[in-house]
Design a protein around this ligand. Structure first.
Ligand SMILES: Cc1ncc(COP(=O)(O)O)c(C=O)c1O
Length: 391
């Protein structure tokens, strides 16, 4: 049951679907191929162009993409994977799926991105990989992370679910990482309904991931049909993590709009920056000059928990769908109960967790919508003239 009025409700993020997207899906529905057909290859081709990689593999969602990466890297029991605690739980869960152990590292307080110095502190002889997360749409400090990964012989994976199209020092993120993954869930930059992908330049990992998404089988139905053979071999243990042609058609149609939408998000971010510059008591995350930020999320950091909580309540009461990204994963009961994590492990993230609020951010957010958001935030923070309007 919906508790908000759809006409006035402003969510923190949402998809936009136009007639072109609908036509693309209808075309597939009328074609002979609903899955493992030509749209999958076309979508993957478009993804390769965006990521500037040799390979792109579409999978059923971002979580499956992370699982496939963990499998391709042959992570298993006894191996440790360093994960930032500020992320969606799926990043850490991928290590657990293959029997490896996620080790949580703290983030930096200015940008909430994985802190390379904290990564260094967590490395042991069992560490095999770093799963970095381009939180909120901004690339991590890949210069430092790549250096650490190379120094210790670790795989560097970028969970770029928030940051498709982002760059670091002028290069796509997939240039810095060994593999990068994306999600096409409706709140993400481009929407396929559900969907995910892995991009890489590594031929072997690409081959393993293609098999992994198809039960570990070496040929899919279309390849068998083209080769006129019924014969296939299951050479590995895999899953059904395929993404249908219906999803891929929607994803490809959406992907064509990515540059325009990133620009739109940057326009909205500029409006927020102008507003925050005039405020005390609340700030945005730092956006670094050497990165192009794709603004999946707009995070506000309040000076104290009380004003964050008041803002949350007030904005919810006024039909603004604010949220909190994320509960630090090391505080999730699953990890506390099974991996012995707990309060105190990542103090920077824990402190931020009490003070952050995710404000609306998506293409098409109007100045009028933004004014509604700004007015409500101003109601709970102490104004520069020191007169609090809270209450
Ligand atoms: C950082 C991050 N990683 C992984 C995922 C998982 O993606 P999906 O929902 O497509 O499985 C998400 C999605 O919310 C995410 O935000």
């Amino acid at each position: 049951m919906s508790t908000h009025d759809e006409k006035t409700f402003i969510p923190y993020g949402k998809q936009s679907i136009n007639q072109e997207d609908i036509d693309a899906v209808v075309r597939v529905l009328k074609s002979g191929w609903l899955t493992t057909g030509p749209e999958v290859a076309s979508f993957e081709g478009a993804l390769k162009k965006v990521a500037q990689t040799k390979h792109a593999m579409a999978l059923s969602n971002g979580t499956a993409a992370l699982h496939a990466v963990a499998h391709a890297l042959q992570l298993g029991p006894g191996d440790e994977v360093i994960v930032p605690t500020i992320t969606f739980t799926a990043t850490a869960n991928a290590a657990v799926y293959v029997g490896a152990t996620p080790v949580f590292a703290d983030v930096r307080s200015d940008d909430m991105l994985l802190d390379p110095e904290e990564v260094r502190k967590k490395i042991t002889k069992n560490t095999k990989a770093i799963f970095a997360v381009d939180f909120a749409g901004q690339a991590c400090d890949y210069h430092s992370l790549r250096g650490i990964a190379d120094e210790y012989g670790l795989a560097l994976v970028s969970d770029s679910c928030h940051a498709i199209g982002a760059t670091y020092q002028g290069k796509p993120i997939a240039d810095w990482a060994d593999m990068a993954i994306f999600s096409f869930h409706p709140v993400k930059h481009i929407c396929a309904g559900e969907g995910g992908a892995v991009v890489t330049n590594n031929d072997l990992w690409a081959k393993q991931i293609r098999r992994f998404r198809n039960h570990g089988i070496d040929k899919d139905v279309r390849q068998r049909q083209e080769q006129g053979t019924w014969y296939y071999e299951q050479v590995d243990l895999g899953y059904n993590y395929r993404l249908s042609d219906i999803h891929c058609a929607l994803g490809r149609s959406q992907l064509a709009k990515l540059p325009k939408w990133i620009e739109e998000r940057q326009r909205v971010a500029k409006a927020y920056a102008g507003y925050f510059a005039e405020q005390t008591g609340v700030r945005p995350l730092v956006a670094h000059k050497d990165r192009s930020h794709t603004y999946h999320l707009m995070i506000a950091v309040f000076d104290d928990q009380q004003s964050r909580d008041s803002a949350y309540e007030l904005m919810r009461a006024h039909q603004i769908g604010v949220n909190v990204h994320y509960t630090p994963v090391h505080l999730q009961p699953f990890y506390q109960n099974n991996y012995g994590t707990g309060p105190g492990d990542c103090p920077v993230a824990e402190k931020l967790y009490d003070r952050i609020l995710t404000l609306p951010m998506y293409p098409g957010l109007t100045q009028e919508d933004l004014e509604r958001v700004f007015d409500l935030v101003s109601n709970v923070v102490v104004q520069p003239n020191n007169i609090s309007k809270a209450g």
